[in-house]
Write a protein that binds this ligand. Structure first.
Ligand code: FES
Length: 611
């Protein structure tokens, strides 16, 4: 029998992951979610004021509605048992569904980026044709007539798969035998993709599948215009924040791997829906798709095993580009639509990096340049006229606000900028609301500002007698925002451990840069350009990154922050066969440098730890 003072824990099961926590009765659902290790957005820190921690209770009766919930939820929401996780206490065994928005509310989803314009040169062509309707004198089959009509338009030996033929046969009759035939010219023979009403706009899809975020673009394949763009959170985040945890989950079994694939495809299908709605077009108009991602995301999307990516020597299953039916990858597009997956370079340098290099055009322009895409893994390429060297470094999740005491994702209330002027620290938050934590660019700035203020030494230890430096529980911390000014009534602090996390991340990136420069026998002052891509790369302060030694001390005008260049690279690869061929040549020509076994890596890394 449990002692009276030790109540029996109750189980809380969290959907859709199936994770669970055993908590004391009376704990909040938010506590249970956190205990289970699931990251939910709770911007106000659980005070019931931000409305970001919404969940749905599927089983079990939580405590009665709080005043905040009564004010927030409609009658229908109450019936469907929507609750604020922080305001609902658990009484009995409970099953809770966490909607993806609560894992991601207001998260910056970057779909903007800079890239060179590309001349549309799509492998998809549209031909308007009139096909003779059948009559008693003409009993040829639909297939025969389609092929003969296309041949008369210069398209010899067009292949028509069974599912495409089934749809085309119905469409021919619906459209009175006067149609737009959409043809894919990839491969030795043309292939019929779909049949549409005459003069219909033919569209393509480009997706950048990041570990955390997805970016989607709907593109007119003739004009090259992006007619809609949208972002979403990668639904796989509930199975782990980083690539390694996704690989581990997939390795638990075939069902788990399929779950990751299925959930990703489901969200991409929702994104297609959103894009089509925004552009007021039909899904049926989509005739081609390109998907880029890091090698693990690529493999999970394509239904390939990821076990080899998680075990030394970390080889990919495939590096060459792939063209395969969209339906095989779970995308709800017309049956003839193929997805093009551009080439990967190595286990940890994927097609998204190749796409980013294509978009930046640094190779074609002959620059001597470093191009980096900063994330949990940072891919770096050194581009020279003598060749391209690439590596991947484990920069960790600190720049996403993870493993930082008061870290958070880039959502409202996150400090995104910290400056130091005249002895004062100044902070700016996303949404200009009272601060509740630090996102990646904020913690990077904070470390740089502390160093500038002389409150950190080169090893990352606090120095001096500033009253804002405290020692709590045997650890040093700096109060960046006092509780009286914070949005959740608690100090926003930077700890010694936070500084250490940033040192590890920036050392990984800087040592990657230095190793590539050494491979090419170049000094950093010989670089014309440092191209910084990715969401964090867009928002980071170059001055802060240079001050703490993450980037070489080059003049700021040699840096370019180009946003989601991988997404724009995917658009270019969608639009241009020439670019697809360039991507294949590029990926094959890259000298991949494995840092973990590189003789100079350890010493360079240790040196780069200094601020
Ligand atoms: S309302 Fe629940 S965390 Fe803000």
């Amino acid at each position: 029998m449990p002692e009276p003072n030790h109540p029996v824990p109750v189980h809380v099961v969290l959907e859709p992951t199936g994770r669970y926590a055993a908590v004391t009765p009376g704990s909040s659902i938010l506590d249970a979610i956190r205990q289970a290790g699931v990251e939910i957005v709770a911007v106000c820190g659980g005070r019931g004021t931000c409305q970001t921690c919404i969940v749905q209770v599927l089983e079990g009766n939580p405590s009665p509605l709080s005043p905040e919930e009564k004010a927030l939820f409609s009658e229908q929401h109450v019936v469907q048992v929507y609750r604020l996780a922080c305001r609902s206490a658990i009484i009995i065994r409970t099953r809770v569904f966490i909607p993806s928005e609560s894992l991601s509310a207001h998260l910056r989803l970057q779909v903007e980026g800079r890239g060179e314009d590309v001349q549309p040169d799509s492998p998809i062509k549209a031909v308007d044709v009139d096909i003779p309707p059948p009559n008693l004198q003409d009993l040829r089959s639909d297939e025969t007539k389609l092929k003969e009509t296309l041949e008369a338009s210069g398209l010899r030996n067009t292949r028509i798969s069974l599912p495409v033929l089934a749809e085309a046969s119905l469409a021919l009759r619906r459209l009175s035998w006067s149609v737009r035939a959409v043809i894919d010219r990839i491969g030795p023979e043309p292939r019929l993709v779909t049949v549409l009403p005459r003069e219909t706009r033919v569209l393509g899809l480009a997706f950048d599948v990041g570990t955390t975020k997805l970016a989607g673009y709907l593109v007119d394949l003739v004009s090259g215009d992006i007619i809609a763009r949208s972002g979403a959170v990668n639904p796989q985040v509930v199975f782990g924040d980083d690539v390694i945890s996704r690989i581990s989950y997939a390795n638990e079994g075939e069902e788990q791997r399929r779950t990751l694939q299925f959930r990703l495809a489901a969200t991409l299908n929702e994104l297609v829906e959103t894009l089509c709605r925004e552009a007021a077009v039909e899904r049926a108009q989509i005739a081609d798709a390109v998907v880029v991602g890091n090698t693990a995301m690529h493999h999970l999307f394509a239904g390939l095993p990821v076990r080899p990516l998680g075990e030394a020597p970390y080889v990919p299953v495939v590096t060459d580009s792939i063209d395969a039916p969209a339906v095989d990858m779970g995308l709800h597009l017309a049956p003839g639509v193929n997805v093009h997956l551009p080439p990967n370079v190595a286990g940890y340098v994927g097609a998204d990096h190749v796409a980013m290099l294509i978009a930046s055009d640094a190779v074609a322009k002959g620059h001597t340049a470093i191009a980096l895409d900063i994330g949990t893994n940072t891919e770096i390429s050194l581009i020279t006229e003598r060749g391209i060297w690439s590596c991947s470094c484990a920069s960790g999740p600190a720049f996403e606000g993870a493993h930082i005491e008061n870290g958070m994702r880039a959502v409202r209330g996150a400090i995104e900028r910290v400056g130091y002027r005249d002895g004062e620290f100044h902070v700016k938050t996303i949404g200009d609301c009272p601060p509740v934590g630090l996102c990646g660019s904020g913690i990077l700035d904070a470390v740089s500002a502390l160093r500038q203020a002389g409150l950190l030494d080169a090893r990352g230890r606090f120095t001096g007698n500033d009253p804002r430096i405290h020692s709590a529980n045997g650890r040093a911390e700096f109060v960046l925002v006092p509780e009286s000014e914070a949005g959740h009534g608690k100090d926003v602090i930077v700890t010694r451990a936070d500084v250490h996390e940033i040192q590890l991340a920036k050392a990984a990136i800087r040592s990657g840069i230095e190793i590539l420069l050494a491979e090419a026998d170049l000094g950093y002052d010989e670089l014309d350009l440092v191209i910084v891509a990715g969401a964090f790369g867009t928002y980071l302060s170059l001055e802060s990154a240079k001050r703490i030694g993450m980037f070489p001390p080059l003049p700021t005008d040699r840096f370019q922050q180009i946003g989601n260049a991988a997404g724009l690279g995917a658009v270019q690869l969608l639009l241009s066969e020439t670019k697809r061929a360039a991507a294949r040549r590029l990926a094959r020509s890259i000298h991949y440098v494995e840092l973990t076994t590189h003789a100079g890596f350890h010493d360079t890394y240790v040196e780069s730890l200094l601020l």
